[in-house]
Design a binder for this molecule. Sequence first.
Ligand SMILES: Nc1ncnc2c1ncn2[C@@H]1O[C@H](COP(=O)(O)OP(=O)(O)OP(=O)(O)O)[C@@H](O)[C@H]1O
Ligand SMILES: [Mg+2]
Length: 269
Amino acid sequence: MGNILMIASQKGGVGKTTVAFNMAYSLGKMGNSVLLVDGDPQGGVANASNLKDRTALGILDIITGKCTPEEAVQTTRDGSMSVLGVGELSTSDIFLLEDKARNGELGAIIKEFAGKYQYVIIDTPAGVGTLVSSLMQISNDLILVINCKTFSLRSLPIFLRTIKEIKDNHNDDLDLNGVIINMFRSESEYEKNILEQIKKVFPREVFYNTIIPNSDYFEKASMYSVPVSMMPQGNIASKPFIELALELKERETKNITGETDEDPSMGLF
Ligand SMILES: Nc1ncnc2c1ncn2[C@@H]1O[C@H](COP(=O)(O)OP(=O)(O)OP(=O)(O)O)[C@@H](O)[C@H]1O
Ligand SMILES: [Mg+2]
């Protein structure tokens, strides 16, 4: 596994930003050097209130030469992780960013950072627009976040086809790292049913064992823009994200030692 990992989904609001933010933070807390990249112009990851010396500078400012890459990077107060925002963008800036994504400049900036961190984790917008497909072209791994809702199930094949298309035509290094199930209501028969159906679509090893439950607690942490573990009683609530970070490391070790010789997406297409 390379070190550029994007968190993606076909559908909006499934928890990509929550997973990216908290998983990156957990990896950082474990002593890894981590850069969380906000690849979503509407994502707001860089507004997280626990950042030291906040700056409005971001990726687009680096591309347009307004600042150096170092000037755009912020660090959490506790020093656990670094964050690269997208910048404060007007509508025309968003179009410009998309142009820069299309011509490869956005990807080149992120790749530059990859050499400086153990993990570069990218939060992305929903679907497969210009930004997401350009990020797929420079990522090594992709984590798919889903909810157990009918729509998630229906939209999965399109998304998987896109990953496969990018892998075949633009980026042979791109692998589906795994699928994370978020906002699971274990008391709901309906969701349990959907989970069963989803598990029939994917090979078992694709799934992260840790399923993130639906909890207002996560919603509250997002509201304050802090990692879950920084909330009162956060140690307990952040457990799923620590487990996800540990699972990510485990998957990486398996790849390095060759225990799994194929990437888990192989059975899917
Ligand atoms: N496990 C959870 N339980 C309850 N609420 C959650 C959970 N995970 C995320 N949320 C909440 O759901 C909302 C959407 O989450 P988030 O912003 O992470 O999704 P997203 O996939 O990044 O959305 P978008 O596609 O708009 O970028 C947020 O208010 C967040 O706090
Ligand atoms: Mg988001």
